[in-house]
Design a protein around this ligand. Structure first.
Ligand code: NAD
Ligand code: UD1
Length: 307
């Protein structure tokens, strides 16, 4: 039986990936420190090692006998990188290097989560993979660092790696109660019960919201590539949605009146972030992504519908 290691497997995206791998009959080992992840996110059959992805001995033990590693463990919040620069750096970049280093003896493939945050404020949208990378946040800088070290892993140590630059991922199980969670989970949870939402800045900033099942498909497809040249791909839809439009769409879907308060813009905030999906669709063989309205419907269903 093929066994995979999923770091961050008790988190939002990781738990959906574990489910998909188990559903096709593979075995799954998870390394997670449960800092934002939850034991109850893990599907039955996933084996949890509770530990730190930046600890070399823990990671070496976790990698023993696996066919490949999906490296998703990170502090996934741009905002947290502002307040805890060093702490997030340890999880986000030292963690990735620790995984690459531990993969050296067996040269198992590593598919890792990068982020659209590596681009910073791109001159042209939709953003192609070859665009300049000028991260505006510690989080984005560390994700760019992951990509650079993945090149070292491939070129110097012959470890196949694929980096996936996720844009804004959303779906069931994204924790709406964490202030560091994604905007869709926060807005859906609040708007559906008529509670006020905060809009940082004028709400005109745009994001490319990609549904979690489409991200899982991209992760699984990337593991099949086993390339030698450390490629990176956007995982996105190509559709721009402003934060304000998002809020109005959720209000419309839930039949509630929008109560929005404007707050100062966040530090390190990107204005427009929409990806060009052509390359990943071609090389990873991805189908058309789920529409935002359909995906929002799934999130609202998971939350229990409008109240
Ligand atoms: P998440 O917080 O739900 O999952 C991250 C998981 O990593 C959690 O289970 C957490 O407990 C674990 N973790 C954190 N630090 C750890 C450490 N030091 N050792 C072991 N485990 C640790 O977030 P997510 O949204 O599922 O993000 C998964 C990955 O995708 C992250 O690498 C994130 O940076 C990346 N990403 C997410 C998005 C998004 O929109 N959600 C976009 C771009 C990239
Ligand atoms: C998100 C991801 C990050 C990823 C990046 C890639 C999360 C928590 N963060 O960052 O991991 O690398 O996408 O593009 O999923 N907003 C509000 N009100 C709120 C919450 C947010 O107006 O209550 C706004 C933010 O200011 C921002 C937008 O919504 O403009 C999206 O914010 P957020 O969901 O936190 O994600 P990003 O910062 O884009």
């Amino acid at each position: 039986m093929t066994t995979w290691l999923v770091t961050g497997g008790a988190g939002f995206i990781g738990s959906h990936l574990c489910e998909a791998l188990l559903a096709r009959g593979d075995a799954v080992r998870v390394l997670d420190d449960l800092s934002t992840g939850k034991r109850e996110n893990l599907p039955p059959g996933a084996m949890l090692i509770e530990g730190d992805v930046a600890d070399p001995a823990t990671v070496r033990a976790a990698l023993d006998g696996v066919a490949g590693c999906f490296h998703l463990a990170a502090i996934a919040s741009v905002e947290r990188g502002v307040t805890d620069w060093l702490g997030t750096h340890r999880a986000n970049l030292t963690g990735a290097i620790t995984v690459f280093d531990a993969a050296r003896p067996t040269r198992i493939p590593v598919v890792y989560a990068s982020s659209a945050a590596v681009y910073g404020d791109a001159a042209t949208v939709p953003i192609v993979e070859a665009a300049e990378r000028h991260p505006l946040s510690a989080y984005g800088a560390d994700k760019l660092g992951c990509e650079l070290h993945a090149r070292v892993a491939s070129h110097v140590h012959a470890i196949p790696t694929v980096g996936l630059r996720f844009f804004n991922v959303y779906g069931p199980r994204q924790d709406p109660r964490s202030p560091y969670s994604g905007v869709i989970s926060i807005f859906c949870e609040r708007i559906r019960r008529g509670a006020p939402i905060d809009i940082f800045g004028d709400g005109g900033q745009t994001r490319d919201f990609v549904y979690v099942a489409d991200v899982v498909t991209a992760l699984v497809a990337a593991m099949r590539l086993a390339p030698a040249d450390a490629p990176v791909f956007n995982v996105c839809t190509g559709t721009a949605t402003s934060v304000l439009d998002l809020a109005h769409t959720i209000a419309e879907l839930t039949g509630t009146l929008l109560d929005a308060r404007h707050r100062p813009p966040r530090a390190g905030e990107i204005r427009d972030s929409t990806g060009a999906p052509a390359l990943s669709r071609r090389i990873l063989g991805l189908a058309d992504p789920l529409s935002l309205r359909s995906g929002l419907g799934k999130v609202l269903d998971w939350m229990g519908g409008a109240v």
